[in-house]
Design a protein around this ligand. Structure first.
Ligand code: SF4
Ligand code: SF4
Length: 182
């Protein structure tokens, strides 16, 4: 804080001028030093920095290459953990081989709190590095299963086919197991 000058001190315009000039050179010295330092800014959107591994961006549903399906079994635990009712889904089949035919997230309500990811016991839902989610359209915040699934539309089609095949195999095996028991 500036202290009040004693009333007896004489005003010296030359001293004030020199002090003002010195602050100008000091400011230019700071600029000169920072001019040669490595840049911390990027020319967005022409340049983009990679996001840190734990960044909470757009969600994705994990594709399981070995099983040829999404890991999601439609258990709704993520939806139950969500405090703002972002997630809804349509379950496909039942039992251990169940899946989902639809999985919708309304990110307009999302807090990006990660609770849904933590609640999932099937390694099925994650938050990825994509962050450009702003839009002028309200419905752009609505992400359907094809927008979320790794592999998009084709992955969703294969996922449904795989789950339906597994359900059919389960159904076929059921009477045979009953026959043995009887
Ligand atoms: S991040 Fe939080 S608010 Fe967003 S869908 Fe998951 S649980 Fe809901
Ligand atoms: S994402 Fe996980 S918690 Fe949510 S329905 Fe699928 S398997 Fe269950």
């Amino acid at each position: 804080m500036r202290t009040r000058q004693p009333a007896t001190e004489q005003y010296n315009p030359l001293a004030v001028f020199i002090e003002g000039l010195s602050t100008l050179f000091y400011g230019m010295l700071v600029t000169w030093r920072n001019f040669w330092r490595p840049k911390v800014t990027v020319r967005y959107p022409y340049q983009r920095k990679p996001m840190p591994p734990r960044y909470r961006g757009l969600f994705y549903l994990k594709w399981n290459e070995e099983k040829q399906r999404l890991n999601c079994v439609g258990c709704t635990l993520c939806a139950q953990a969500c405090p703002t009712d972002v997630i809804s889904m349509v379950k496909l089949g039942k039992g251990t081989n169940a899946g989902v035919s639809e999985f919708t997230m309304d990110l307009g309500r999302c807090l990006f709190c990660n609770l849904c990811v933590e609640a999932c016991p099937f390694d099925a839902i994650y938050m990825g590095p994509a962050y450009e989610l702003a839009s002028e359209r309200r419905d752009a915040a609505l992400f359907r299963i094809a927008d979320l699934a790794q592999g998009g539309e084709e992955a969703v089609r294969t996922n449904i086919e795989t789950v339906q095949r597994l359900m059919a195999e389960e159904e076929k095996a059921r009477p045979a197991a009953g026959g043995h028991a009887g």
